[in-house]
Design a protein around this ligand. Structure first.
Ligand SMILES: [Zn+2]
Length: 141
């Protein structure tokens, strides 16, 4: 899937870079991601003047390490799909499911299946503590 859910484990104490970094550092990272995107969402390719920065993490399930992989600039509809839990709470799941199906060229059943799998993975990963690895961070500054 080109666009998929990225649910950050509940147990993570440092899941959101922007709340942990000094404002000017985050601004620098954010603006660099926007410049790389060149006015287009880095996931779906839609042209937009309103990009949002998103941190992508990878999980080493064996060693319990959550590693910063990339900071991308994406459109709001893609961002709402990625953080589907929050989007559901805001009552915007229908819009998000439509965007997911359009970008991935899939059916509603496939959307539900992917969501079920993401929720299962999230439950599993939320049962433990994660060590954060942000050694790649300077690359994005
Ligand atoms: Zn997008």
């Amino acid at each position: 899937m080109k666009l998929n859910f990225e649910l950050v484990p509940d147990s993570c104490w440092y899941s959101n870079l922007r709340s942990e970094l000094p404002q000017e550092v985050w601004d620098k990272i954010r603006k660099k991601a926007y410049a790389r995107a060149g006015g287009k969402c880095m996931i779906c390719g839609a042209p937009t003047s309103r990009l949002e920065a998103h941190e992508q993490w990878e999980y080493d399930d064996k060693n319990g390490v959550q590693r910063l992989k990339n900071v991308v600039a994406i459109c709001r509809p893609c961002h709402e799909v990625i953080h589907i839990g929050r989007t559901q709470l805001m009552g915007r799941e229908r819009e998000a499911s439509e965007h997911f199906m359009k970008v991935n060229g899939c059916t509603y059943a496939e959307y539900r299946k992917a969501l079920g799998e993401a929720n299962e993975k999230h439950r599993e990963r939320s049962r433990r503590e994660w060590q954060l690895d942000v050694s790649e961070l300077p690359k994005f500054m």
